[in-house]
Design a protein around this ligand. Structure first.
Ligand code: UDP
Ligand code: MG
Length: 167
C-alpha cells in the first residue's frame, strides 16, 4: 500500500552540504517525491513537530537545533516521499536515532554526531509511523503544495485574508 512520509534535511545536513548525497541515497528507494521546499522553522512549528518530546531534558536544545540556531543555518529542507512502504524504507536508510548506534553505512551512521550538550545531530528526520506522518505532513505542508491527494481536504472561502504577491 502506498504511504507517505515527511523527510526533513536538518540544519546540520544543510551545513555539511549533504543535500545531494542524502537525496541520492533516498532515490535508492524508488519512492516518488511529491512535495519539496525550504522552510524557515518558527518556534511554534518546532515545538509542535517535537511535542512528543516536550518533557525531555534535551527539548530546549532540540528546538534550537531544528531551528538552525546551533549551525547558523536557519532553514531545513522538507520533502514528502510517497510509495510502497515509504516509512520503513526511509527509516532504514536513515538509521537509528542515536548516530553512534546507527549502521555505519546509514545516513545517520555516516554523518550524524552526538554534541557535547547531548543532542543527537542526526542530519535527517523521517516520520515514525503512518499516524505521525499524517500529523507531520499536515503541519509542514498545505494540500496544494503536494502533487497527490494524501488526505481528505475541504474548500473554504477566506474573507479579508492578506497575502503577499509579486510587485
Ligand atoms: N533526540 C536526542 N536525544 C534523544 C532522543 C532524541 O537528541 O535521546 C533528538 C534526535 O535529533 C531525534 C529527535 O530528537 O532525531 C526526535 O526524536 P525521536 O525519538 O522522535 O527519534 P527519530 O524519530 O528522529 O529517530
Ligand atoms: Mg520521531
Amino acid at each position: 500500500m502506498n504511504e507517505a512520509t515527511l523527510i526533513l534535511i536538518k540544519p546540520d545536513g544543510l551545513k555539511k552540504s549533504l543535500t545531494g548525497n542524502i537525496l541520492t541515497r533516498l532515490s535508492e528507494t524508488k519512492l516518488e517525491i511529491v512535495a519539496a521546499k525550504i522552510v524557515r522553522v518558527s518556534r511554534s512549528l518546532a515545538e509542535e513537530h517535537y511535542k512528543h518530546l516536550k518533557d525531555k531534558p534535551f527539548f530546549e536544545e532540540l528546538i534550537k537545533y531544528i531551528q538552525g540556531e546551533l549551525h547558523n543555518r536557519r532553514k531545513v529542507m522538507a520533502l514528502i516521499y510517497w510509495g510502497e512502504g515509504a516509512i520503513k524504507k526511509c527509516r532504514e536508510l536513515a538509521g537509528a536515532t542515536n548516530p553512534e548506534e546507527a549502521e555505519p553505512t546509514s545516513i545517520r551512521g555516516a554523518y550524524g554526531r552526538i554534541t557535547t550538550s547531548g543532542v543527537y545531530e542526526n542530519v535527517i528526520h523521517v516520520s515514525s509511523d503512518p499516524q505521525e506522518a499524517e500529523r507531520e505532513i499536515k503541519l509542514w505542508f498545505q494540500p496544494d503544495e503536494i502533487i497527490v491527494n494524501l488526505y481528505p481536504t475541504k474548500e473554504i472561502v477566506e474573507k479579508e485574508s492578506k497575502i503577499r504577491v509579486w510587485a
